[in-house]
Structure formats: C-alpha cells, structure tokens
Design a protein around this ligand. Structure first.
Ligand code: ZN
Length: 117
C-alpha cells in the first residue's frame, strides 16, 4: 500500500521512533513491516494476502528485524529464541566468549519492544 508522507511519519513515530521489535532507534533507512505478513511469491511477486496490506497491520522496523521477520510474530519469536542453540552449535567465537564470561545466556521468552511499552 502506498502511504502518504504523513502516514509514513506517523508510522515511524508509532513507538517513539524505535523499532517495534528490538527497540533500536530508527534512522533514515527503516522499514514498514507487515505485522501479519502479506507473503509474496518469489517467482512472480504476487501477494498472497492483499487484505493484510492496511495501515493497522504495519509496524515500524529496523531493516534487520524486518528482513529476518518476514513471518508471523510467533514464528519470529521462535526463530530468535533458537539463535542461542545455533550459536552454541555453530559459532566458535560465541562459545569462547561464553567460556570467558563475556556474555550470559538467559532462559527468557523473547518479548518485542511494542509488547513491553
Ligand atoms: Zn529491530
């Protein structure tokens, strides 16, 4: 959906100029994320859920959250929660940092910024 400049700025300020998911301040380059994804086909760009392309279904997002999300909130939450497992399995640097006390893992449920304010 094409947003007006006012709608675009209002969306950016929805969470005081922060990413709805990670809370990072949004810079000049930010994304309008579909909370419930519209799902585009890779081969033809066709939108599978055009009914979700509404202002109410947008959250302001930093580019990295938006690019990783591209799925439902619950799936995004599960993906982020699984990052620790992947890091422990795949990243030597992560395992070293953990062994030397440079980071601490927490058994907590992923909460998005917009859920905490
Ligand atoms: Zn973010």
């Amino acid at each position: 959906m094409k947003r007006s400049k006012i709608q675009h700025q209002t969306l950016k300020e929805k969470y005081q100029g922060r990413c709805a998911y990670c809370s990072n301040l949004l810079g000049e380059r930010w994304h309008a994320d579909h909370i419930e994804p519209i799902v585009r086909n890779w081969w033809n760009g066709k939108c599978e859920h055009p009914e979700r392309n509404t202002l109410e279904n947008f959250n302001p997002s930093c580019p990295s959250c938006n690019i990783v999300k591209s799925m439902s909130l619950d799936s995004f939450r599960k993906i982020i929660g699984g990052f620790i497992t992947s890091l422990n399995r795949d990243s030597t640097q992560y395992k070293f940092a953990k062994r030397y006390g440079l980071l601490e893992e927490k058994e907590i449920e992923v909460k998005f910024y917009f859920e905490t304010i």
